[in-house]
Design a binder for this molecule. Sequence first.
Ligand code: SAM
Length: 286
Amino acid sequence: MTDETRRAGARRVGQVKEVTSLSNPIIKDIKALTSKKDREQNGTFMAEGLKLIIDALELGWTIRTLVYAKAAKGKPLVEQVAAKTFASGGLVLEVSEKVLSSITRRDNPQMVVGIFDQRWASLDALQPEKDATYVALDRVRDPGNLGTIIRTADAAGAAGVLLIGDCTDPFSLETVRATMGSIFAIPLVRTAPDEFLAWRKRAGVEVVATHLEGAVDYRTVDYTKKPIALLMGNEQSGLPDALAKAADRLVRIPQQGRADSLNLAIATAVMLFETRRHLLSLDDIR
Ligand code: SAM
């Protein structure tokens, strides 16, 4: 969002702004968030759905702009979220369904959309405890895979997702959708291979890399002694040799049938639930 739009928004604090025109500059700024460059410049991203926005606010995220459809006007939960948005100095827009469809690029959009500040954690802010599990992804390219992995990491109780090298943007609309809200629950770190390897030494984290040529069956490893980083390879080319060689273990998920490999998100899910098997119980309080 440009400074000018933000200042215009600030003047309207406490007052819902009605917008029906697709050429409204605030709407244009929001629509620009579909581009990675604009998201990076603004440091913001878009998330859809009332429940997801309420969860984000409960987790302490600050909403910059709330956009809702006219049909949602007066609904108590929407009003509550609008009040919170005003309280934190944000902007509230009531828009036509046509505007909401164009913002979300969907024919049947969610009634409510929120614009939030992006959050990145640093490696040194992570304080790995013995039971911590991290997912480290080497150059993940597919937004759906990344979203599914963030959601699965959250469900398995992982402590963070580390993006190594040139990865797809976790704050793209497609990835955020696929996380189903877990984008707000899991620390995300951007890093480079050498930084990642230096961190794991400093932090005493064991790197378990998954590889189609791994000699060790993933079910035979003891995951209970140290914090673990599960290192997963790129969808097309797998792990580069330098990362594979630096790992403490190279494990493989045995396969049958004709498939060469598992989908990255599926392989990550299998690994996560095995690594954390001793920590997961149906008695866990939700
Ligand atoms: N053509 C790639 C290759 O040769 O490695 C396939 C990559 S696979 C689609 C993406 C990643 O998922 C792999 O780098 C690995 O981390 C993980 N993976 C998939 N199937 C696996 C298996 N059976 N055992 C271990 N890791 C696996």
